[in-house]
Design a protein around this ligand. Structure first.
Ligand code: IVH
Length: 677
């Protein structure tokens, strides 16, 4: 190295590290909406990078952040859910599954077919979703889901939220292209926190971390993905001219490049060693932060792997061993009933505590009356409780024995265990419901808890306990009462100092700025979740407009089915709700707002649509908005590029003639609404 290059070296290093820093800052700014640098710091660093790049033209890189200024970095700025879909990409090598085995005998059968000197690598079988990471010149360029095994979705922006996955590997000993496959997982701790949050929001719970990871990876909002905290373990490297002659060596290499490779990998030489590995991890896996459902056995030598080859679906050189699902028999002591914020009465099994997958289980949901009847279980029965890789314990049956006698009969209660109102069961629904919305304590408190929750009005300082306290004292009976709370009322409560009372009032005041779509979600109309509320408020930009919407009109909105539409109409038909809404309006809540931009779906993407004639369900303007909301374009005149004509009554004869001559289809109003539903 000559004198000049020695002097230049630190600056070249600075250039590289600035590129990396700015690339990450861009990603955090555009994708995650979490800026890490101030605008000024960003500009200063960008200028410095530009200067360094001018000084070292040999280091030009078209992928440098300086070359992308003003572009959107191939990233969607508009991250409204459902507005973007993933690019589907063909896998370079098909993503196969593994043959399963469940016993020593089956493993022995497999080993018998291997060359006698074959080494076997034992690994944990992670229970998440497989992912294929493509690295070109050390840069992560794609992250594909398994899809159908032949092609998958590129979820790179979501994958980039996983801290342990490198975006770029700065080494000169890496191949031009390689692929690393592994498993994306949601750690137990994150999974439990997510479900707790969903329970509070009365959103459906994820049954296990695998489903949660899958739902998370498909989100269109990387910021939300980042918040949920996915992780990944990598277990398979593919490509041409890769280093090493064994699978184990390749994983060691990947580890030295900075990839997250499990430490629980062992090279075994016979079935006894394999069985010892299985026995050890069958217990020890309960202490891992992520879900595992078995062991994967792989032939270590790559030449032997190639010789063994593949069947249509699975490699012959690898096999999975699945751990038995954990289940236990225990006594069903009693069935109790929980009333939720919407009045649904959920039966809960109270069990003799039992140890299962490392935790003690003493309660499990029994879902509804039909579930209990289908399993024919009653208090006094000994029932099977299962976890099998899933954290939510399930009752799967009862002990079938003549000696065991149920001690009590079972019948679902017909009155509300909380308020004594007569329960109703809506036809077609499995749930019994307490109709006493305005007088049943858990419903009253539940509605208030939902209203103040983070994704709704986000009122800090008004937690479950405080709501309970203020309810007991008669200060809170419904959501409108929140805006009548006075400093002295709150401060007078036990464990409530003046400071926390002031904080609470500040939170209440701030909630008056919460936008209309979240206000609608906060009202707690049955089945109107966060996303549905957003979609509704794109069409109905004020509560006054929404109040008069018919079920038919509401059903034209994506995700709104007849049941949700009926719930909305019923909500506005209830005089008590109208009174509460009036008080909220007086308090200054946002009951109107701009239509949220961005298409609602891409059902009409790329289509040119002509509107002609008069309509009975919606106005022309509304149809125009719907076309645009679903990604289509409304055009004035018919041409051969016209995809179809939305034809109402009294369509102009000229247009009709032209449509016929160009073979352009006419679609009726009803057909159109069905199309975009
Ligand atoms: S190797 C061709 N190793 O299990 C073999 N797979 O049931 C490629 N899995 O689709 C897979 N842990 O998603 C391999 N240590 C591990 C694994 C593992 C979990 C998953 C993977 C695969 C599925 C097959």
């Amino acid at each position: 190295m000559d004198l000049f290059s020695e002097i230049e070296e630190p600056e070249r290093e600075e250039l590289k590290s600035l590129r990396k820093e700015l690339e990450e800052a861009n990603y955090k700014y555009y994708v995650l909406n979490m800026p890490t640098l101030s605008d000024r710091e960003f500009d200063e660093k960008m200028h410095r990078l530009q200067a360094l790049e001018a000084q070292f033209p040999d280091m030009f890189d078209p992928k440098s952040p300086t070359q992308k200024v003003g572009s959107d970095l191939n990233v969607q700025r508009n991250n409204v859910q459902g507005t973007k879909s993933f690019e589907t990409v063909k896998h370079k090598y098909p993503m196969l599954s593994l043959a399963n085995s469940y016993s020593r005998e089956e493993i022995e059968d497999w080993v018998r077919k291997l060359p006698s000197n074959a080494e076997i690598v034992c690994e944990l079988k992670y229970d998440g979703l497989s992912i294929s990471l493509w690295y070109e010149h050390g840069v992560l360029v794609r992250a594909l889901t398994r899809g159908d095994g032949q092609q998958g979705d590129d979820v790179i922006n979501n994958i980039k939220t996983i801290p342990s996955i490198p975006w770029r590997i700065e080494r000169n000993d890496i191949p031009e292209f390689f692929e690393l496959r592994g498993e994306v997982l949601l750690p137990w701790e994150r999974f439990e926190a997510l479900n707790k949050e969903r329970e509070e929001q009365e959103e459906p719970l994820f049954a296990n971390p695998r489903n949660a990871a899958s739902g998370t990876l498909k989100l269109q909002d990387p910021k939300e993905v980042a918040r949920r905290g996915l992780t990944a373990y990598l277990y398979y490297m593919l490509g041409e001219n890769l280093p090493g002659t064994t699978h184990f060596e390749r994983l060691e290499t990947a580890k030295s490049w900075g990839f997250n490779i499990s430490d629980a990998i062992k090279v075994c030489h016979n079935v006894d060693e394999v069985m010892a590995y299985i026995a050890y991890w069958d217990t020890e896996r309960k202490n891992l932060p992520v879900a595992t459902d078995g062991i994967v056995l792989k032939v270590n030598n790559l030449a032997q792997q190639e010789e063994l080859g593949y069947t249509a679906k699975t490699p012959r050189w690898a096999i999975a061993y699945k751990f038995p699902a954990e289940k236990q028999l225990t006594l069903l002591k009693e069935i109790t009933y929980q009333v939720g914020r919407t009045g649904v009465v959920t039966p809960v099994a109270n069990l003799e505590p039992v140890q299962l997958s490392g935790t003690i289980v003493q309660r499990a949901t029994l879902h509804n009356e039909d579930f209990i009847k289908s399993l024919d279980i009653r208090p006094g029965d000994r029932v099977w409780v299962e976890k099998g890789g899933e954290i939510i314990p399930k009752i799967t049956g009862k002990e079938q024995s003549d000696e065991v006698q149920s001690t009590k009969d079972f019948s679902f209660p017909d009155i509300c265990p909380e308020c004594g109102a007569k329960l109703v069961r809506v036809e077609g629904e499995a749930a019994w419901r307490c109709p006493n919305e305005a007088g049943c304590p858990p419903q009253i408190k539940g509605k208030i808890e939902h209203f103040v929750s983070r994704k709704a009005m986000n009122i800090d300082g008004l937690g479950e306990e405080t709501i309970d306290l203020l309810y007991q004292k008669g200060l809170l009976h419904n959501i409108a009462d929140i805006y009548n709370l006075k400093l002295e009322d709150i401060a007078a409560q036990e464990r409530m100092g003046e400071k926390s009372a002031q904080n609470m009032l500040a939170g209440i005041e701030a909630s008056k700025q919460v936008p209309w779509s979240r206000v609608l979600f906060a009202l707690g109309i049955r089945m109107v979740g966060e996303t549905t509320a957003k979609k509704i408020t794109r069409f109905y930009t004020s509560i006054d407009a929404l109040q008069w919407a018919t079920t038919e009109q509401l059903c034209a909105i994506e995700d709104v089915g007849p049941q949700i539409a009926e719930n909305i109409v019923a909500y506005f038909n209830d005089i008590r709700n109208l009174e509460i809404l009036e008080r909220l309006r007086q308090a200054g809540l946002q009951f109107e707002g701009e239509a949220v931009e961005g298409p609602q779906s891409d059902k009409l993407a790329g289509m040119s649509i002509v509107i002609s004639g008069t309509f009975s369900h919606h106005s022309r303007d509304e149809y125009k908005a719907m076309i645009e909301a679903h990604g289509g374009k409304n055009v004035g005149s018919v041409s051969k590029k016209t995809s179809f004509i939305l034809a109402g009554d009294n369509m102009g004869p000229e247009k009709r003639k032209k449509a016929e001559s160009l073979n352009v289809k006419l679609i009726t109003e009803d057909e159109f609404l069905e199309m975009i539903k």
